[in-house]
Design a protein around this ligand. Structure first.
Ligand code: 5AD
Ligand code: SF4
Length: 460
């Protein structure tokens, strides 16, 4: 059952927002930097919403900002290193302007020992708050401003869903809609269950209300989000939820991510196949093509089970676009295991993949497992995999030459003002010539030229 944060608490936060607004007056600016995945992007839309409600306006310039907030990621060590580098670089700004407010929030702050690390070495950071305290930004900020206090709000509570936080969406073409939070899977390499807590789903009525308000704002595409989106259980199954969202007038495209292979149902595949506005695109992280490694990763499926799902998806949705996540160099992975992953890539023929070299995360079971390969060997394998996948991606894109794709236009091409770009139903980037701004429209484009990552063509 969904447990919601008490409405009184939400009203209390609105009260703090009002107080902050009165204290700061007009003209205060914030810079919000979001690292990591779509779930973080979605959380940041709430941070944008709350900051706007408090009277702040957004800037992209550090020099102009009165408040700088980092929404952090903890999935790989790289993200963590980058964050500390960036926070370190802010110290001179704080020395020059003691009124500058610096904040760090999100996944990284929930990791063991992080609170202490900020307390000791980053004393000039005014507020550090975790994933469960996101909604309390108004109260935290009020205390920072009014009491000139350094606030640390990293909670260990779990199991709540907070409704009613203002959202300021960052795109008027496509919208993120979080349907569930947290993860129960405890894959042995992954820090997410520790920093985002147990799975909890929003009530389906709340999800549908938000979807309707997205539709009425004129946004045509919705991405349903969750760390493990297909284990949604907010009163409907995930397949039922997708079907209900697809019935809302004005929603022309629905995507969802990330799905766990162990929770994919035939009903969901049927909904994708049958509903015109549910995109023929599936991101299905496989992580490895070796059963031995999948077991140590605690993924709870075999290559055979995974391939069974892929076969069903391809049979029911012949033009499906498939993507996945792969980890190279998981502890204990041998070259033999790695070649099994290469075989899987050849068998599935994904349109593209997101591949990562394994990164040790403190506190996860894999962190104490022994490595078989050296870092150099892992990098060599990683490059081999990219080469194989790039060839497959290019071949799959070449097969699309001559086809007509429906493209939801996102705006002007970054490199050429006379070209527009958008995404095909399969999620591929498409460029085409147009001197008219077609942002937000769905147009038909005949594909004439492709490369590994993008398609281009003529509007018809
Ligand atoms: N090291 C490398 N990649 C990881 N991922 C998650 N944890 C780690 C880790 N410790 C990858 C997985 C996941 C994606 C979001 O990030 O492939 O699907
Ligand atoms: Fe991490 Fe596994 Fe949960 Fe994905 S399913 S968030 S990889 S623990």
């Amino acid at each position: 059952m969904t447990v919601k944060t008490d409405e009184k608490e939400i009203l209390r936060q609105k009260g703090f927002a009002e107080k902050v607004k009165n204290i700061i007056g007009e003209g205060k600016k914030y810079l919000l930097i979001t690292l990591g995945c779509q779930q973080n992007e979605s959380d940041s839309e709430k941070l944008h919403g709350m900051l706007s409600e408090m009277g702040y306006t957004e800037t992209e310039l550090i020099d102009e900002a009165d408040l700088i907030l980092y929404n952090t990621c903890a999935v790989r060590e790289n993200a963590e290193k980058k964050l500390f580098g960036r926070i370190g670089a802010l110290k001179p700004y704080k020395e020059k302007n003691p009124d500058l407010i610096i904040g760090v929030c999100g996944c990284m702050t929930q990791q063991k020992g992080m609170d202490e690390r900020f307390r000791r070495y980053y004393k000039y950071v005014d507020m550090v708050f975790g994933t469960y305290s996101l909604y309390a930004l108004p109260e935290i900020l009020y205390k920072v401003i009014e009491d000139r206090a350094q606030i640390r709000d990293i909670r260990d509570i779990d199991g709540e869903v907070t409704e009613g936080i203002p959202i300021k969406r960052q795109s008027n073409v496509k919208a993120y809609l979080s349907v569930m939070y947290g993860c129960n899977n405890f894959c042995s390499y992954c820090v997410v269950p520790y920093v985002r807590g147990r799975e909890r789903s929003r009530e389906y009525k709340d999800v549908l209300d938000e979807a309707k308000s997205i539709a009425s704002s004129g946004i045509k595409e919705i991405m349903l989000l969750g760390q493990n989106v297909n284990s949604y259980n907010g009163g409907l199954s995930f397949a039922e939820l997708v079907a209900k969202v697809s019935e809302i007038d004005g929603i022309e495209r629905i995507r969802f991510m990330s799905s766990h292979p162990k929770d994919i149902s035939s009903e969901l595949i049927d909904v994708m196949a049958e509903r015109k506005n549910v995109c023929n695109q599936l991101h299905l992280p496989v992580q490895s093509g070796s059963n031995r490694i999948l077991k140590i990763m605690n993924r709870r499926y075999t290559v055979e089970k995974y391939m069974g799902i892929i076969d069903e998806v391809k049979r029911k949705i012949p033009d499906v676009t498939l993507t996945t996540d792969i980890i190279v160099g998981f502890p204990g992975e041998t070259n033999e295991d790695f070649y099994k992953t290469m075989e899987l890539l050849k068998a599935v023929r994904y349109d593209s993949i997101f591949s990562f070299i394994y990164s040790k995360r403190k506190g996860t079971p894999a962190a104490v497992m022994e490595d078989c390969l050296t870092e150099e060997e892992k990098h060599i394998n990683f490059d081999k995999m990219l080469k194989l996948q790039n060839d497959i991606s290019l071949e799959k894109n070449k097969a699309m030459i001559g086809s007509v794709q429906s493209v939801l236009v996102e705006g002007e091409s970054k490199t050429d003002k006379l070209r527009q770009c958008g995404r095909s139903e399969g999620g591929k980037l498409v460029h085409f010539a147009s001197d008219k701004d077609l942002t937000g429209e769905i147009v038909k484009v005949k594909i004439t030229d492709v490369n590994t990552w993008t398609l281009s063509g003529d509007m018809i």
